[in-house]
Design a protein around this ligand. Structure first.
Ligand code: ZN
Length: 244
């Protein structure tokens, strides 16, 4: 079975290079799962796919460039007449943070209005959860503690897609990537030693430890974008489609 992975948003929090925030669409027969849904994800989604085709969202951590677009997607889907359920899976505080975002952004809608479709949340963890037709496992990584950071392992059609979310290099990140058919790794920086993010240089230094069959870089920041021609690993732009 061919699994399609489309990078609708390949940018960092600052949309360096004009890129949209994180939004990665994983599809296969019976599977439609969005990995992260950053603040600017909705226009990026609509540029490439019909939002109605998304069955679930798996969130790596609670930073706005990774989950801030969910509220807009839910609002849009309500007015688009969606009836099909939407599930958002993520860290323990996802539910609370979504409710807070809804009340901060559209208190006149969320609460007074009954959503036209079931929208539920589920906490992802080390035990696999089936959402959007895929088996999803969330393993803790090191990023910014309050954001409850996790890396994801997504099992689809016998393939494993691993996704770093935002993370600095630790053995926890290697555990996320281990044996994956595709490891989607952030590269906010080219060679900066940042306490919250792994750099391209560090990805290269630890490449063997990830034990991944294929590595692709996303979440590219200005420093990495300035060195694009030097990257020895696959890297994404908004719209990049990979098949595994
Ligand atoms: Zn982050």
């Amino acid at each position: 079975m061919t699994v399609r992975v489309q990078f609708l948003g390949s940018g960092n929090a600052f949309s360096d290079g004009g890129r949209a925030n994180a939004a990665i669409h994983v599809t296969a027969p019976g599977v439609s799962l969005l990995l992260d849904c950053g603040g600017s994800a909705l226009p990026a989604i609509k540029k490439h796919i019909d939002p109605a085709t998304i069955d679930a969202i798996a969130v790596t951590h609670l930073h706005g460039d990774h989950f801030g677009g969910i509220t807009f997607l839910v609002l849009e889907q309500h007015f688009a007449g969606r009836k099909k359920a939407l599930v958002a899976g993520g860290p323990p505080s996802l539910e609370q943070r979504l409710r807070a975002a809804e009340q901060a952004l559209y208190p006149d809608f969320f609460g007074p209005t009954a959503l036209g479709f079931p929208f539920t949340t589920v906490v992802l963890g080390a035990t696999p959860t089936v959402i959007g037709g895929a088996r999803v496992t969330a393993l803790p990584v090191r990023h910014v503690r309050l954001a409850e950071p996790h890396g994801l392992r997504v099992e689809v059609g016998g393939k494993v897609i691993a996704y770093s979310g935002d993370a600095r290099w630790t053995e926890h990140l290697a555990a996320v990537a281990k044996g994956a058919d595709l490891f989607i790794c952030e590269a906010s920086f080219f060679d900066r030693d940042d306490p919250a993010h792994i750099s391209y240089r560090q990805v290269m230094a630890h490449r063997a430890e990830f034990e991944a069959k294929r590595i692709v870089l996303t979440h590219l920041g200005a420093e990495t974008l300035a060195h694009l021609s030097e990257l020895e690993l696959e890297h994404t732009a908004d719209g990049t489609l990979i098949e595994i």
